[in-house]
Design a binder for this molecule. Structure first.
Ligand code: SF4
Length: 454
């Protein structure tokens, strides 16, 4: 990884200091914090910005002795507290803190979209900073041009991470150039994105992402400004060895764009063509006004990969399939249950088995098969609760069945579960459930489905 260590020391401290002051004033009138909700954190070993490798003079085995242990203990840091302390700080302040703390062992993940704001913030701090990006080999020409523009604008070199050529060769020779249209994007993303990202992060102690709370009403509504990375490992290896900074977690998308315009930051020309989320060329398309940005990604997969996979390993990897800094903090251990509306019946396995057996049920049912940690289930929670309210007293029953863990195999075999969430309609006069196949899960779409069948 040493060969990738490119810094931007050419940024003049004096000139950027005055820009920083201007920006601090600017952000007071420009940025509106979003709603903030609680977040679980753990206290882990702090990741010192000073590389222990550089100063290591004792053999590895000696690290079990007192001096190193004491050093580590002294560095214990509570990232929950740090996140709370920084919760009301501006993105610029958070960026400054991150760069100050980790120096050359932190880098910005840049996807070639509006996360260019992170580079502007880093530039404004006046500190050296590093930027990396995943070159999958399948990006739009506009994105490559944009990378070049950004490098020139900030006088930096982006540290591109490339996929392993042998792995790409094996994939393409075996399955062709567009296998993702046939069997889903996971395999290609794993080769072209996830593994290169993992390699990049293994050379760092912290990284900086452009995650925002307003990007998803589900999991991202709890994105903290700093956290122990729940998925990836850093330089020291193992759980807790990498810290993730999200300086724009509390900034709304509109305010990011106001900031970019105000500061004269170059942007990817694809945005002017209707692209919001920007990834690989074959897997990204423009969206219409009002459409969610995720509808422009892997649109052909419908009920497959835009929903949560059923394997924990996939959950972790799914989190970066969007773009380089699109770490979604998906975690199977998010525990609080969802779909808790008054009119929603919590069904157990025997309840589901009864529903399946019933030939002539008195009332039709709609049931969501879900996992509380699934961001797509979380995202449709409000719609489903509203649906239950609308159907209250109509003779239509609304239920939920938690189908992960021990219930997963049953749900896959008996209930057509392929991914979360799966929505089933149990008609009045048939035991065979009908699966809702659209990914539109707003209340009107769900209501139309119900009305068409009951
Ligand atoms: Fe492959 Fe598409 Fe994933 Fe890019 S986004 S790595 S082309 S599947």
């Amino acid at each position: 990884m040493a060969s990738l260590a490119v810094t931007c020391s050419s940024i003049a401290l004096s000139s950027s200091s005055s820009r920083t002051e201007q920006l601090v004033q600017l952000k007071v009138t420009t940025f509106q914090p979003l709603d903030r909700s609680g977040k679980r954190f753990v206290a882990v070993k702090a990741l010192s910005s000073e590389s222990r490798r550089n100063g290591a003079t004792v053999p590895f085995a000696a690290t079990t002795f007192a001096p190193d242990v004491m050093e580590q203990l002294a560095e214990i840091e509570d990232f929950e507290k740090l996140a709370k302390d920084l919760e009301n700080s501006s993105p610029l302040e958070i960026m400054d803190k991150a760069l100050e703390k980790y120096g050359n062992e932190i880098a910005i993940a840049f996807s070639g979209a509006e996360d260019v704001a992170l580079i502007e913030y880093a530039h404004l701090t006046g500190r050296p900073y590093r930027v990396f990006s995943l070159d999958t080999g399948r990006l739009n020409p506009e994105t490559y041009k944009f990378f070049d523009t950004v490098e020139k604008h900030y006088n930096i070199r982006i540290e591109y991470m490339f996929p392993d050529s042998v792995e790409v060769q094996a994939l393409v020779r075996t399955k062709g150039l567009f296998s993702f249209y046939e069997d889903g994007h996971q395999e290609c993303c794993r080769v072209r994105k996830v593994r290169p990202l993992r390699r990049a992060l293994k050379g760092l102690r912290a990284w900086i992402t452009g995650q925002r709370k307003d990007q998803s009403p589900g999991t991202r509504s709890e994105v903290p400004v700093v956290q122990v990375d729940p998925v990836f490992e850093g330089l020291d290896g193992g759980s807790g060895s990498l810290v993730k900074w999200n300086p724009v977690a509390n900034v709304a998308g509109n305010d990011i764009w106001n900031f970019l315009r105000t500061m004269g930051v170059p942007v990817n020309s694809l945005h002017a063509q209707g692209y919001v989320s920007i990834g690989c060329e074959p897997c990204t398309r423009a969206v219409l006004p009002g459409q969610h940005e995720r509808e422009g990604r892997w649109w052909w997969e419908d009920a497959k990969a835009k929903e949560c996979g059923l394997h924990n390993g996939n959950i972790k990897e799914e989190s970066v399939n969007g773009n380089a800094n699109d770490n979604n903090t998906l975690r199977a251990e998010v525990v609080s249950d969802i779909f808790n509306g008054d009119g929603i019946v919590n069904l157990t396995r025997p309840g589901m088995e009864n529903l399946l057996k019933m030939e002539g049920r008195k009332d039709p049912w709609i049931v969501v098969l879900y996992a509380p940690w699934c961001q797509f289930c979380q995202a449709m929670e409000a719609s489903y609760v509203e649906l239950a309210e609308k159907l209250d007293g109509s003779g239509m029953k609304v239920g939920k069945f938690r189908a992960d863990g021990d219930e997963k195999a049953f749900a896959q075999q008996e209930l057509q579960l392929g991914s979360f969430p799966t929505i089933l309609f149990f008609p009045k006069h048939s035991s065979r459930p009908i699966k809702y196949s659209s990914e539109k899960r707003d209340v009107d779409s769900l209501m139309a489905f119900v009305n068409a069948l009951r």
